[in-house]
Design a protein around this ligand. Sequence first.
Ligand code: NAI
Ligand code: 15L
Length: 266
Amino acid sequence: KPFKRILLTGAAGGLGKILRDRIKPWADVVVLSDIGDMGEAREGEEIVRCDLSDKAAVISLLEGVEAVLHFGGISTESNFEAIMAANIQGTYNLYEAAHKAGTRRIVFASSNHTIGFHKVTEVLDADSPTRPDSMYGISKVFGEQLARYYFDRTGIETVCLRIGSSFPEPKNPRMMRTWLSYDDLVEALRCSLMAPRVGHAILYGQSNNEAVWWDNSKAAFIGFKPKDSSEQFKHLFPDTGAYPEKDDAATLYQGGGFVNDGPQYV
Ligand code: NAI
Ligand code: 15L
């Protein structure tokens, strides 16, 4: 197997549950971690209940870990204090612990909400300016920048995977653009872990959908070629011919409803 020991944070979450079995072929031991219940450890697994905001616990969690899939944290908009503990303090703890442990590579589950306030008429690439649409999105921008800093200072490599919408199927017309199938998610992670050099990279996590907002050509060295397409779900969202209201923020911006979530500023 390519690795002796890898760590999946957020293992009790929606994506963590899917990834748990799919990443097993990549390591002799997969360490699964979350604050939530992960059930019993199966063969080749170790389970460590750990709050990412607890620095001492995260330092011992990383011991001997060669690579990390960092999926733990708050995954939608919330209050800043909660996001600060789980996503900002938590991701800092992870990088500091990875540095101490000699971990070589991290795949950071970043999000399209780092760029959610770009309009749906724009096409973005890895160098487009961030434009977060929420405190949640801001925490992911922090994670991406932290990863860049740790690469420049310590050489830990990170692929920041800006996941679109990774669910069994798209739930609305927006997700026809942003959908990332579970198979393509696993392939993006495999490529991100196995590519010989990744440095600090930004990779958009989207399937091979018909209409897309994100161009991955600047991350071609990772070799990610999505195979699925949201077209198979086209029948779920028939075109009514009606145009969205011109002031409907959720259809004007790539972040969709996130641009309206949370506190309103007047
Ligand atoms: P989820 O909310 O189902 O899973 C997140 C997990 O992190 C949960 O099991 C939760 O208990 C754990 N967690 C939260 N705070 C923690 C803390 N302080 N310490 C330890 N664990 C903690 O979310 P999902 O959908 O599985 O997403 C996983 C990751 O991927 C998240 O980081 C999310 O931001 C990111 N992502 C997911 C997308 C999707 O379409 N599912 C899209 C973009 C990003
Ligand atoms: C995310 O970042 C969230 O974690 C996920 O629950 C979805 O809302 C997704 O973005 C999305 O934009 O569809």
